[in-house]
Write a protein that binds this ligand. Structure first.
Ligand code: 13P
Ligand code: SF4
Length: 306
């Protein structure tokens, strides 16, 4: 089916089903173009609570749709590609959390929002890459077990030195693969370029960065910058919004030669969004003990808003 026809059918189905479409910046540009709202993990989680529609379609990976369902248990939440899962969202074991809890009385377990609902149940608070520093700084506890992402956890530990941050061994396969050598090659080719990195990148890649932030923060930083060239160290999906926001500004962005793509996000095509709206498939069920899994998400919203 032609893209114009897909767009027409989706607009019709959204009206018929009282549905709103949310998309993450890492899904294909064709899917982002069909969404009512596009954003980073924090923006999407917070936004979903303010929407009135009966149905929310989340174009992203499963932890995102699960978070929207936990925060909005009364709504129908659909995922166009239910197999789209973030591998990092599973990279921590309960036994590891229990061991650290036994060792420290004054401990907060901080779960990156990139976690399953089961893992959220072990946590005291969630964070996203856009609010992790703020939320961890606001916590009364001195000891912080940061799960599952070691790269984001290490970055937070550096930014909040007053806390004792204990790390876990999880990582994002896509960001962790970015190598300092390819960043240095890009810097040599484009010496005037500003380097922007997502905090899921390894530490030696973050050392190269002039600016570190979430997808939304990177995009907004580029749109507001006086510079003309940018080396962007995150998934290439952010290019669509950067191009949209910087039209006519003569800005150029460069990605690592290995072209970071999240294979799970890439599965969320426009055709799957259409099928999901047509058939009502990919419905998120509330996970076991939803109140316990939702508590750290609510705590995040509260601390991030302070
Ligand atoms: P953001 O919160 O920056 O959008 O990141 C989500 C994610 O999965 C990064 O890999
Ligand atoms: Fe997960 Fe990495 Fe994909 Fe983000 S980019 S959803 S952290 S695998």
């Amino acid at each position: 089916m032609e893209m114009a026809e897909i767009a027409r059918r989706i607009a019709e189905l959204k009206r018929e089903k009282d549905a709103v479409v949310l998309a993450h910046y890492y899904v294909p540009a064709e899917t982002q173009a069909l969404a009512d709202y596009v954003g980073d993990s924090f923006y999407l989680a917070r936004l979903a609570k303010t929407l009135e529609s009966r149905t929310i379609v989340l174009c992203g990976v499963s932890f995102m749709a699960e978070s929207v369902k936990l925060l909005n248990p009364g709504r129908t939440v659909l995922m166009p590609e239910p197999a789209a899962d973030c591998p990092m969202a599973h990279m921590v074991q309960k036994a590891d959390v229990d061991r650290v809890r036994e060792r420290y009385d004054d401990l907060a377990v901080v779960a990156y929002v990139n976690t399953t609902a089961e893992i959220k149940r072990w946590a005291d608070v969630c964070v996203t890459s856009s609010n992790a520093i703020k939320v961890v700084s606001e916590l009364p506890q001195h000891n912080i077990l940061f799960i599952p992402d070691m790269n984001l956890g290490r970055y937070v530990a550096e930014q909040v030195p007053q806390k004792n941050v204990i790390l876990n061994r999880g990582y994002c396969p896509t960001h962790n693969r970015i190598a300092p050598a390819e960043v240095e090659a890009l810097e040599a080719e484009h010496p005037e370029a500003e380097v922007l990195a997502h905090p899921e990148c390894p530490q030696d890649v973050l050392w190269e960065a002039d600016y570190i932030g979430s997808t939304k923060q990177i995009i907004e930083h580029i749109a507001a910058s006086d510079k003309k060239e940018f080396i962007v160290l995150t998934v290439v999906g952010v290019a669509a919004e950067i191009e949209r926001l910087t039209q006519g500004q003569g800005k150029t962005i460069y990605f690592p030669a290995t072209r970071p793509v999240c294979p799970n996000m890439a599965m969320v095509t426009a055709q799957k969004l259409l099928e999901c709206l047509e058939r009502g498939t990919g419905q998120m069920e509330l996970p076991e003990d939803p109140d316990r899994a939702n508590a750290p998400l609510e705590r995040m919203l509260e601390l991030a808003a302070r």
